[in-house]
Write a protein that binds this ligand. Sequence first.
Ligand code: NDP
Ligand code: OAA
Length: 260
Amino acid sequence: MKIGIIGTGNIAAYLLEQLKDANVLNGEITALLGRNIEVGERLASRYNVDFHTDIREFLSAPLDMVVEAATIEAAALYMKDVVASKKNMMISSVGVFQDVHLLNEMTALAKLNGVQITLPSGAIGGLDLLKSANAVNGLKNVQITTRKSPASLGLPYEQKEELLFEGSALQAIQKFPRNVNVALLLALAGIGAEKTKVRVIVDPAIKRNTHTIEADGDFGEMQLHIANNPMPANPKTSYLAALSILEALRDDASGVRIGN
Ligand SMILES: NC(=O)C1=CN([C@@H]2O[C@H](COP(=O)(O)OP(=O)(O)OC[C@H]3O[C@@H](n4cnc5c(N)ncnc54)[C@H](OP(=O)(O)O)[C@@H]3O)[C@@H](O)[C@H]2O)C=CC1
Ligand SMILES: O=C([O-])CC(=O)C(=O)O
């Protein structure tokens, strides 16, 4: 499998470093798309991949899979071209699907072009459970409480503990586009972005990015607490988010699917 990455930041660099060892995955990163030429060329020469700033040149490479690891804006800008060029795609900036019409449009485009769009589990878990719980529309309530340090939320160091936000996943992703992609994932796996409830707390005493997910419905109830180590290169992003892409790439290459 030949993999292209959109983005030249934290997750992109992590994937390049991991996949330089041919034993990690039955696949290799061959191309990068970015807008930061200095960083892009540095990564390209270090990991022996092609660097492009032009989407058409990037997509003319023989890629089987494109991993978006950039921003919601970049995902919105490029995903139609990727899928229309018959390449499978993995999207990290899941917040791009706050517009449900866009999700429907992309679903249709993927089917038309015979490719798969994957939204990896990212920095959380429990999506399998929510999907099963809602198999016959029996999921009633889903809530996520995200607690992060000021550094992870991009706030001043001296910020006191505070409930910064309480509302729907739809409102949350608009306010915190770099921090609550996970809320959109939950919404898409469950009861939608308007009904999924989100709380965001800044906590100067906390070192980890924590997400507490609560759900109930006809299946019963669940609580899942995840205390994620932040990535050193970007503390907004949890290490688990990068690991989930690696694992999703591995799953894509295997013949057996575990879960759901
Ligand atoms: N689904 C999930 O659970 C999670 C999702 N995420 C999301 O994953 C994404 C990647 O995370 P991470 O790597 O840590 O973020 P970083 O900020 O470290 O990297 C993002 C990179 O994208 C680049 N970029 C921005 N705009 C464009 C563009 N138009 N074209 C190409 N490259 C662009 C930026 O480069 P520059 O600005 O130098 O041009 C930057 O280096 C983010 O959207 C993040 O919010 C993160 C954690 C969990
Ligand atoms: O990495 C995390 O803990 C969550 C995150 O940033 C996001 O969902 O955007």
